[in-house]
Design a protein around this ligand. Structure first.
Ligand code: GDP
Length: 406
């Protein structure tokens, strides 16, 4: 087919300058480049041809028409990646990384997707699967050959391995959802008393210092969110309604949502009016290192004494904003520049939790048969993440995220 189109078959994996002609070879379609990747050394593991043509509508239409004429069709979204998965070129975690890479909006998201595509995450899960299989094999031996001369401690060793695996998986799960947050955006809630300048700060951060990637609408009494790229990290800034007592039902709802948002956020900026340093006491509602103190309106009180940790800014004049951003980016980098592979999707988390539950049951099972059953369940849970066990039911959901041509 490629030979018909190009006049001859290019040498494998070498770009060749060609004149593309239609199936009857009478009409020239374009002057371009053809590449030929015979199976299995191709992106999908099948025979793949790549044509580089001038991208005009007319050229594309003529080329696609000629290909259709030869019985070809357009690929469905994600079809290349799906085929690569079926042919063992990628595991499911890597396939998902391709979708993430295509959708990455910030540097940190791009880096995380690339790490995942490199296979580090899949390797962790495959390592655990392999250990589970080994433990299962030992246990099967205990079950099948009770009278043989097997080391008597074998069953106890398998139980200990189940505990060890459960501990590792639990540690992997206890990552504060950093990978998922990096993928979806790290939520930073702006909280503080009314009129401290929370909305002004959100606007100042969004407009001056960062590119808005997608504004999320809300009402002033509710929570307003803006997605920004802060030093390469995807951040969702949430301005919460002023925290105050109120009899007004709508405001109470706003307050409730503000509190819930602030609770969920990865970080909080507690903004108060520099003229009222005593307001900083309100931050006590969020103890811990995830809250940064921000004294705003410093232009009105330049010499005021503030709690030592407070950053001094003026949302109005822009003073201190750069320092605030540096502090935020440093804090985020410390938490999110993980050397280790992080869980990036709820799907992986659910499967890991399933495996963990099964492993904990396996660890305290009273009979080898019951222990084996739970180990098998744990192994299946892990296998569903990388796609090494039957995942037919998952594929449509996973590949629905893809765009055409990937
Ligand atoms: P919020 O209720 O905390 O969201 O506060 P707003 O952002 O609506 O600000 C309350 C008032 O303070 C507005 O009139 C702002 O113009 C003013 N304001 C906000 N930031 C500053 C600042 O840094 N300096 C001065 N002088 N006024 C500010």
């Amino acid at each position: 087919m490629l030979a018909t189109l190009c006049g001859s078959l290019p040498a494998p994996r070498r770009a060749q300058h060609v004149r593309l002609r239609g199936p009857d070879r009478s009409e020239t379609i374009d002057d371009g480049i053809a590449l030929w990747f015979p199976a299995p050394r191709s992106v999908t593991g099948e025979d793949v041809a790549e044509l580089q043509v001038h991208g005009s509508r007319a050229v594309l239409a003529a080329a696609v028409e000629a290909l259709r004429h030869m019985g070809l069709r357009l690929a469905e979204p994600g079809e290349f990646t799906r085929r690569a998965f079926f042919n063992g070129k990628l595991d499911l975690v890597q396939a998902e990384a391709i979708a993430d890479l295509v959708q990455a909006e910030t540097e940190a998201q791009r880096r995380q997707a690339l790490r995942q595509l490199d296979g580090a995450l899949g390797a962790v899960y495959r390592g655990w699967s392999a250990r589970l299989l080994r433990a299962l094999a030992h246990l099967e031996a205990v079950i099948d050959f009770p009278d043989e001369d097997l080391p008597p401690a074998l069953d106890a060793e398998v139980a200990a391995e189940a505990v060890a695996l459960a501990t590792e998986i639990a540690a992997h799960l206890a990552d504060n959802r950093r990978g998922e947050r990096l993928r979806d955006g790290i939520a930073i809630a702006i909280v503080g008393p009314p009129n401290a300048g929370k909305s002004s700060l959100l606007n100042a951060l969004a407009q001056r210092e960062a590119a808005i990637t997608s504004p999320v609408a809300g009402t002033t009494r509710d929570v307003i969110e803006v997605a920004v790229d802060l030093g390469g990290y995807p951040v969702i800034l949430a301005d919460t309604a002023g925290l105050r007592e109120s009899a007004d039902a709508i405001e109470q709802e706003g307050l409730r949502r503000a509190l819930a948002r602030a609770e969920d956020a990865a970080l909080r900026l507690y903004v108060f009016d520099a003229r009222h340093p005593e307001d900083v006491a309100g931050a006590a509602a969020w103890p811990g290192r995830d809250t940064l103190f921000v004294a705003n309106k410093i232009d009105l009180a330049p010499r005021v004494a503030l709690p030592r940790a407070a950053l001094r800014i003026s949302a109005l004049t822009g003073e201190g904003l750069r320092e605030l951003i540096v502090a935020l980016v440093q804090r985020i980098a410390a938490d999110y520049d993980a050397a280790s592979a992080l869980i990036t999707r709820a799907r992986h988390r659910a499967a890991l939790e399933e495996a963990l539950t099964a492993l904990r049951r396996a660890a305290c099972a009273t009979l080898p048969e019951l222990r084996a059953e739970d180990l098998r369940l744990a192994w299946r849970g892990l296998g569903r993440i990388t796609g090494s066990v039957d995942v037919e039911d998952l594929l449509d959901v996973i590949f629905a995220d893809f765009c055409i041509g990937k």
